[in-house]
Ligand binder design. Sequence first.
Ligand SMILES: Cc1cc2nc3c(=O)[nH]c(=O)nc-3n(C[C@H](O)[C@H](O)[C@H](O)COP(=O)(O)OP(=O)(O)OC[C@H]3O[C@@H](n4cnc5c(N)ncnc54)[C@H](O)[C@@H]3O)c2cc1C
Length: 286
Amino acid sequence: MYDVAVIGTGAAGVSAVLTFKALGLDFLWLGLPALSSKIAAAEQIRNYPGLPFVSGQEMKNVFLRQVEEMGIAITPQTVTGVYPMDGHFGILCGQELYESQTVILCTGVESVKPIPGELEYVGRGVSYCATCDGFLYQGKTIAVECTAKELEHEIGYLAGLAAKVYLVPLYPNPAVAAENVEIIRGMPLAIEGDAKAERVVFRDRTLDVDGVFMLKQAIAPSVLLNGLETAEGHIVIDRQCRTNIPGCFAAGDCTGRPYQYAKAVGEGNVAAHTAAETVKKARSAN
Ligand SMILES: Cc1cc2nc3c(=O)[nH]c(=O)nc-3n(C[C@H](O)[C@H](O)[C@H](O)COP(=O)(O)OP(=O)(O)OC[C@H]3O[C@@H](n4cnc5c(N)ncnc54)[C@H](O)[C@@H]3O)c2cc1C
């Protein structure tokens, strides 16, 4: 079992793992190996101390070099659920289960808000994870909303299972070459159904489907961890970055505004220290 699992490879996650490395904790870092695409998104960053006027891409390269040179590895996984167990956490990534004493959520914010019906039908026809739930739709018809090009590989996986895929790309120039994939332009307005999700509604059409995949860079925190206290979509934390769930901490954009690198890095550091303190206390109690 790990001392701590850090979920998310943005600025907050980078800061947390650098702190754990310095503190000598046994940690697991889960997320995109190329780091968060948001880190690289800025044209020019003027407000981050020590790196004046760099582009987001340059900042991302510096972060990547720093973690590599510190010997820190990313476990390339999307976390689909965090489950408090007896004094520790189970972290589910598709079929893979990791265990950790504490968890830091550095999951950022998803700019695409949930549509009506989406959260209601999670687990009843709506899924956020292709590799976890794709097999349920073998030979069936599915709709896939994909919010970022980085997630495109998951569409290929789903197209290999489903008979028909309606792809709703929310980014320009989708490049998915599979005969059973039909690209649908427009924003989905709602997911409807009865006991389970059955339809995706657009302004000009309705698609009948067996299931809906919402491929996003960040999953709503309350979906990831049941019982997590949130306010207006953000995780509620105290000054030590503690959430309402003992042993679970949060840092960065996911805890609220301002959405800025400096705030994310600062909270990542605070959350790491609080988690380290928690691990130390638990060790001395045993
Ligand atoms: C266009 C643009 C320009 C910007 N310019 C500036 C600027 O000039 N100055 C400034 O201070 N800030 C700027 N920002 C904001 C800055 O990018 C963010 O504040 C910062 O990246 C937040 O870091 P974070 O670690 O909290 O979240 P993110 O960088 O969003 O990282 C979160 C990571 O967690 C991952 N994740 C989410 N859920 C899961 C899961 N279930 N399993 C595994 N991984 C998961 C995501 O994929 C992502 O990689 C800009 C943002 C944008 C979009």
